[in-house]
Ligand binder design. Structure first.
Ligand code: 5GP
Ligand code: MN
Length: 344
């Protein structure tokens, strides 16, 4: 509470504020950033929102989207560096380690600004002056809502802010289906709907805005690129650069694909390996009784939540999936609770 009081004091006069979130932002990352930005603007601060990369076009409806600066664009780098250098306060949202924001991480580490980390991932790195962090929260957007309420400013949450926050809670709970869908999640979204968030419109913007290529790509991936290892309760997609090119894949087009592998009866671990410019990007998902975050951290330089994690590999696609299969085989006793492991 003392920490909250000193944070509140930081915000008591107009400040230059820099908000950033993890690479390839999802709805929780962008929704928490823009939800917070819209609130801080109302409080009279000067706010710049920066993403370390681009993000899916199905998030473009959020208020403030047009002012977001993408740090991976060379033409925007000077403006971002200037805003970061001039910032009084830097908010780091929806990530727990500075390596999740690429080169921005080192710049933030060097900064003299007051650093705030708001997040719900495990094992936060100690880089912030003020940390508002809970692994009990389903989404960073849930924490932003709670923080604004704790600052005594609930009345400032308007329809635009409510919609940004609703989007992040909806997607990070997998549409209110994952084990993190708590009573508090429903209480918060009830408030957001009450304020004006349009639940079905947001679901439509995010889930029902596929291009025909994206839909055809899913069909292709399920019929040609899904590998099922029933003996290991594991199913995964291996998508090459060529596959992505053939379907003119855009940022966000592979989002959700991994869930089809997990939807199979008897499958407890699902993965998606996609070959990108800078290596193999990996998404892991698991059923409630299996933890994948430690597996991702130990073997694939990643992390995340118990049932939804990610990582990367510098091996070829073929070598990566071979390594994955042998690691699951080798560690099946711990993974499948033939021995109990704790993820929290
Ligand atoms: P996704 O599979 O949707 O990209 O990510 C699932 C979860 O794992 C998210 O919570 C995300 O923040 C986390 N995650 C994804 N990739 C990485 C990574 O490379 N490192 C860490 N620490 N977490 C990741
Ligand atoms: Mn999140």
């Amino acid at each position: 509470m003392e920490a909250l009081a000193s944070f509140k004091k930081e915000l008591s006069s107009p400040k230059k504020i820099f908000i950033t979130t993890h690479v390839k932002p999802d709805a929780d990352a962008l929704g928490s950033s823009l939800g917070l930005a819209n609130y801080l603007l109302k409080k009279g601060h000067e706010v710049t929102v920066v993403t370390p990369s681009d993000y899916p076009s199905f998030l473009n409806w959020m208020k403030g989207n047009d002012s977001v600066l993408d740090f991976s664009r060379d033409d925007l780098k000077p403006a971002v560096s200037r805003a970061l250098f001039q910032a009084d306060i830097i908010f780091c949202l929806d990530f727990s380690a500075l390596n999740r924001v690429n080169e921005l991480g080192e710049m933030i580490r060097q900064s003299d600004a007051y650093i705030v980390n708001i997040d719900h991932h495990q094992d936060p790195e100690d880089f912030a002056n003020f940390r508002y962090w809970s692994t009990q929260a389903a989404a960073t957007c849930e924490l932003i809502y709670e923080l604004i309420v704790n600052l005594g400013d609930k009345h400032l949450i308007d329809k635009d802010i409510a919609e940004c926050l609703y989007a992040g809670i909806m997607t990070d709970t997998g549409g209110f289906r994952h084990p993190n869908t708590t009573k508090n999640v429903h209480l918060v979204v009830a408030e957001l709907i009450d304020i004006g968030a349009n639940a079905s419109q947001i679901a439509n913007w995010i889930y029902d805005s596929y291009s025909i290529n994206r839909l055809k790509f899913i069909g292709f991936a399920i019929s040609r690129r899904l590998i099922i290892r029933e003996d290991l309760h594991t199913a995964y997609f291996a998508i090459s650069k060529k596959d992505l090119k053939k379907y003119q894949s855009r940022t966000g087009d592979t989002e959700g694909l991994v869930n089809y592998a997990l939807s199979l009866d008897g499958i407890k671990i699902a993965a998606l390996f996609s070959e990108r410019e800078d290596g193999i990007k990996i998404s892991f998902r698991s059923t409630v009784d299996v933890a994948v975050n430690k597996f991702a951290a130990s073997y694939f330089n990643g992390g995340g939540h118990k049932n939804a994690a990610g990582g990367k590999s510098e091996l070829s696609l073929k070598e990566t999936i071979e390594r994955f299969e042998s690691l699951v085989e080798e560690h099946q006793d711990e993974l499948f609770h033939k021995e109990t492991i704790s993820a929290d």
